[in-house]
Design a protein around this ligand. Structure first.
Ligand SMILES: CC(=O)SCCNC(=O)CCNC(=O)[C@H](O)C(C)(C)COP(=O)(O)OP(=O)(O)OC[C@H]1O[C@@H](n2cnc3c(N)ncnc32)[C@H](O)[C@@H]1OP(=O)(O)O
Ligand SMILES: CC(C)C(=O)C(=O)O
Ligand SMILES: [Mg+2]
Length: 554
């Protein structure tokens, strides 16, 4: 027999799920405090669990598996603390897990005495592998564990009259249990618990280990949904793990296949490769216009609490939560995002259809910001650089200036061999345009007058040329023209101005003017210069100086 074999497909030729769509959210059940917690090297203590519970309540979970109270004192004490301190909102049910063993079931009932709403979650393994390796038992014996456990649970309910107990059973390792046997065991448990439409049972069908492709999981769920007895008295729940990396897909297809309830954890914490990531499934729904009923409008805060409490880290590429998922480094992506964002800014209607290339959702909807969208390394293009200059520093570089400045930043990031910070980009801008004083430096504008009253401007400026301070004067049809004539008289000529743009930078008392001046030298070379000043005329002159100096440096 080969070491690994193909997982058998389900015999369901008339499968219906591929034609279905997800149109409404399921019932969500968080298992962070049980399945997620049991997978941590350092499980949470009572204080941490209390904070995590509050986080889950705030996010809108109405069903929360709080632990395996018969397993340890901490788990037991946590459940007691929730109840004794009345920390469970009326509309939230806590869920407690127990193996199908009498002493554990009895201890579990003791743990929640006095609670209002509890889901008692009973499980035992049913798969061929577990029957053979872990239990060395026949199908009948395994079914016997489930039925006996269900009977003990049924009999215990009378001991907690003040609690509304709902019942849940998991044929653990359902994913590699023969379907006819999974049905046989669930039906047998239902025989004991006698669910009704008004008081349904939850059958949770876990992909305890993800053995197969998500379509096989969907087939399994549809098969169970169509074949379980008394289906209308059952809430069908799924609980996927992520061994093949497709836990999210398996859950989504299962929802198409008839699952009504989903168990999972925030950011997919859980055994081995993790449990189903509820954040992703919920926000995938959100991205399709479906309100998931969970509030992930401040993902950075959820992530910070999660990381603090579990000690786990959210991967930079984690959908929605990762550092890099609303970021583009590569030029063509940056260009498209910038265009989409600019268009969006023009529309100014937050409810308008989302049309930004490369971005599944508006980062603001989950508390992320635009600033992180574009980051600059050697793969970046001029559009991304221009975006950073505009969004971060308020400089709207003229379009024809983008290639020139983009090239400068690109060369710098090549040299650095890493991402350039926003400040580094701005420093390149300053050094390349704003701080050039060689050979020409503008020291002071002495006067700018229309002496003849004929709109001809006379401009007198104190400058330094190669360190020598002199005053120059020229006349022209505006300040820049007059200044260029003044330069020309000194022989600092050989260029003409071919483009000009000015804008305000900043706001309020700190507002400055930025002037972008492009010159063409005699040999055809084109150079942009930039001047910034509180006086718009001086900004223009500084722009000329900047362009001139750049042409001389070239
Ligand atoms: C897929 C899941 O995530 S399931 C949840 C798993 N979570 C945990 O295990 C965390 C908490 N667990 C624990 O603290 C402990 O395992 C306890 C307290 C529950 C039980 O502890 P112990 O009884 O000391 O040991 P252990 O778990 O090894 O028990 C194994 C025995 O239970 C039996 N068993 C295991 N699961 C079940 C079950 N669901 N129903 C009935 N019997 C079971 C085994 O067959 C084995 O029996 P054996 O001793 O006759 O061979
Ligand atoms: C207890 C069960 C539901 C479980 O966690 C699993 O099978 O993965
Ligand atoms: Mg699990």
């Amino acid at each position: 027999m080969p070491k690994y074999t193909r997982f058998p497909k389900v015999d369901l030729p008339d499968r219906r799920w591929p034609d279905n769509e997800i149109i409404a959210p399921p019932i969500w059940c968080s298992v962070d405090l049980r399945d997620g917690n049991q997978a941590l090297a350092n499980p949470m203590g009572v204080a941490q669990k209390l904070r995590y519970f509050q986080l889950l309540v705030d996010l809108g979970f109405k069903e929360i598996e709080v632990g395996f109270p018969a397993a340890s004192e901490i788990e037991f004490e946590f459940v007691r603390t929730l109840i004794d301190r009345q920390l469970i909102p009326d509309d939230v049910s806590i869920q407690v897990l127990t193996q199908a063993r009498e002493h554990l079931i009895k201890r579990t009932f003791e743990s929640f005495r006095g609670a209002r709403n509890v889901i008692l979650h009973l499980y035992n393994s049913t798969s061929t592998l577990q029957r053979k390796i872990t239990f060395d038992m026949s199908r009948e014996e395994i079914k016997g564990i489930a039925v006996r456990g269900a009977q003990i649970v049924r009999d215990q309910i009378a001991t907690v009259p003040e609690t509304t107990v709902r019942l849940q059973y998991s044929p653990e390792s359902f994913s590699d249990t023969e379907l006819d046997f999974a049905k046989e065991v669930c039906d047998a448990v239902a025989e004991v618990w006698q669910p009704t439409v008004q008081n349904p049972v939850i059958f949770n069908l876990p992909a305890t280990v993800e053995w197969a492709t998500p379509n096989v999981h969907a087939d399994q769920i549809e098969w169970m949904s169509r074949n379980l007895n008394n289906r209308e008295a059952i809430i069908l729940s799924v609980h996927t793990h992520n061994d093949r990396g497709t836990g999210v897909a398996a859950t989504e297809l299962a929802l198409m296949a008839g699952a009504q309830r989903v168990e999972g954890t925030l950011f997919g914490n859980g055994e081995r490769t993790g449990n189903l990531d509820i954040v992703t499934v919920a926000l995938n729904m959100f991205s399709q216009g479906i309100d998931p009923g969970l509030d992930f409008s401040d993902i950075p805060s959820v992530r910070a609490q999660y990381e603090d409490l579990t000690g786990m880290e959210v991967h930079p590429r984690h959908p929605y939560g990762g550092d890099l998922v609303f970021t583009a480094f590569s030029g063509s992506h940056q260009d498209a995002i910038k265009k989409g964002m600019d268009r969006r800014a023009d529309i100014q209607d937050p409810t308008a259809a989302w049309e930004v290339p490369y971005l599944l959702i508006d980062p603001r909807d989950i508390g992320r910001t635009y600033e992180a969208i574009i980051r600059i390394n050697s793969q970046s293009g001029k559009g991304g650089v221009a975006y950073v200059m505009s969004r971060e520093f308020g400089f709207d570089l003229p379009k024809t200036m983008h290639p020139e400045f983009g090239r400068m930043v690109n060369q710098a990031t090549d040299r650095l061999g890493r991402e350039a910070t926003k400040q580094e980009i701005f420093d390149i801008f300053k050094q390349s345009y704003l701080e050039l004083t060689v050979p020409l430096e503008l020291i002071r504008l002495r006067s700018l007058t229309d002496e003849m009253g004929d709109h001809t401007i006379t401009c007198t400026v104190k400058v330094a040329y190669d360190g020598q301070i002199i005053e120059i004067t020229g006349r022209g049809n505006g300040p820049i023209d007059a200044f260029v004539h003044a330069m020309s008289e000194r022989g600092w000529n050989g260029f003409s101005i071919i483009d000009f743009k000015e804008q305000a930078v900043g706001s309020g008392a700190g507002t400055e003017a930025a002037a972008y001046v492009q010159i063409q030298a005699r040999d055809g070379g084109r150079f942009w210069g930039v001047g910034v000043d509180t006086d718009i005329s001086i900004a223009g002159l500084k722009g000329v100086v900047s362009a001139y100096n750049r042409s001389r440096l070239a």
